[in-house]
Design a protein around this ligand. Structure first.
Ligand code: AMP
Length: 420
């Protein structure tokens, strides 16, 4: 089905042509016509499904005949759980609105940065505001944003919003919005809190479910390099210098490892940036923007910071540390090889992570050939401390003593490092 049959105007179709979108994704096929009718929508959809265009395109279509922004009013409110997502969604909006027939204004507002520029930016009103709940309330309390003209509300990633503890903020915002409005709710999962929210705000919603299990992109090459844990950074430096990767996203288990790796790379004259929860918002946005634009070639990230982030044409993902769960593995490596491009996902496998990688392989139903890099071959010997740890495993069914628990925690810390 082509985009042109979904009821979108030329100004949107032209923007889609510029972006190289050939046909709608399944969620877009369903969400676009339903949203255009003015119905409420309840959609089960994940990042990567094309859900952003699924709600932004019909919203822009409906906005084109509406009133111009004025005062400090906004017509559409998109609530998202994280600052990164706010930035990403607002960027997408601007791309799709490139040929909007009148003057168009969208704005992303989120915490962790100064509020004043956001207050100023609201002056004159907005067509669409993309916001994280906490900052939106701050702006509202300071009379910087007026909700009286809001006719469309989008809750994006509603489950994550509740997971992050935004339930009260959401309630406060909902209390202040006009009753007459269209509501679009997107969520990957539907736990109790999300179901309550849907019951509370949606009226006769069109329900859209797209079965989209996280899958490994077709043209993605997976490689597993066996290496001793202590040699990983040396190997990383070697690979960065010898493999001609245009860019690489490196996943590590903790903020501390991220900083350590970056420090060691910088000593070898390899510039890299970090993306983790300890950085200020400006640093995170800056690192991501530099990586997206290609200015930064090596980004070292923790899972938490990298979740939901979309980097087009990323050629290589490297698991310096393996993720804890197989689904995180699929999620991480799915950052590359997107939209049919060729991608490479590389994992370092040390003795400690050997059996964990086997679990991942079993779950993804794929066997990844192990390789070694000359000069960095993994030693045959399993480290003594690991053997000891295995021996000390508690007997099933027997309660651990306090001492055993402390020991196990120390061992786990050694294997995984401190996490976010
Ligand atoms: P999302 O699930 O909204 O985060 O979108 C994931 C990625 O898919 C983004 O990079 C979009 O630009 C891209 N995308 C969305 N819709 C299409 C489409 N119909 N054709 C090609 N790429 C798309």
């Amino acid at each position: 089905m082509p985009f042109s049959s979904l009821g979108l105007s030329d100004f949107l179709l032209n923007a889609l042509t510029d972006l190289g979108y050939e046909q709608p994704t399944p969620i877009q096929e369903k969400a676009i016509p339903a949203t255009l009718t003015g119905s409420d929508i309840l959609a089960a959809a994940e990042t990567g499904s094309g859900k952003t265009a699924g709600f932004v395109l019909p919203i822009l279509e409906r906005l084109k005949d509406g009133l111009k922004p004025r005062g400090n009013l906004t017509h559409v409110l998109v609530l998202v759980p994280t600052r990164e997502l706010a930035v990403q969604v607002e960027e997408a909006i601007r791309q799709y609105a490139k040929y909007f027939p009148q003057k168009f204004k969208s704005l992303a507002v989120y915490g962790g940065v100064s509020i004043n520029p956001q207050m100023q930016a609201m002056r004159g009103g907005c067509d669409i505001v993309v916001a994280t709940p906490g900052r939106l309330i701050d702006l509202y309390k300071r009379n910087a944003i007026d909700f009286r003209a809001v006719h469309t509300l989008v809750l994006d990633e509603a489950d994550r919003m509740l997971d992050l503890g935004f339930a009260d903020e959401l309630d406060d915002i909902l209390d202040e919005l006009p009753d007459q409005r269209q509501n679009l709710l997107f969520s990957a999962t539907f736990p109790k809190g999300v179901r309550e929210l849907t019951d509370e705000i949606l009226v006769d919603p069109v329900e859209i479910t797209i079965k989209q299990e996280a899958t490994i992109p077709e043209k993605l090459e997976q490689r597993a390099i066996e290496v001793d844990r202590t040699n990983r950074t040396m190997l990383l430096k070697h690979l960065l210098k010898t493999e001609n990767w245009k860019q690489v996203l490196i996943f590590v288990a903790s903020k501390r490892t991220a900083n350590n790796v970056i420090l060691k790379l910088s000593r070898a004259d390899i510039a890299a940036k970090a993306l983790h929860g300890d950085l200020s918002q400006t640093e995170r946005t800056g690192a991501l923007a530099d990586f997206k634009s290609g200015k930064c070639k090596v980004l070292v990230a923790t899972d938490l910071a990298a979740r939901g982030i979309d980097i087009p044409n990323l050629p290589c993902v490297l698991n310096y540390d393996l993720p804890r769960s197989p689904s995180d593995y699929v999620h991480r490596i799915g950052r590359t090889g997107r939209a049919g491009e060729v991608g490479l996902a590389l994992s370092f496998i040390d003795h400690e992570s050997d059996s964990h990688f086997k679990v991942i392989e079993k779950r993804i139903k794929q066997k990844v050939t192990r390789e070694q890099v000359q000069g960095f071959e993994r030693s045959d010997e399993v480290p003594e401390e690991l053997k000891k740890k295995k021996g000390a495993a508690p007997v099933k069914g027997k309660r651990m003593s306090k001492k055993d628990k402390l020991r196990a925690a120390a061992a786990a810390k050694k294997i995984w490092g401190d996490r976010d």
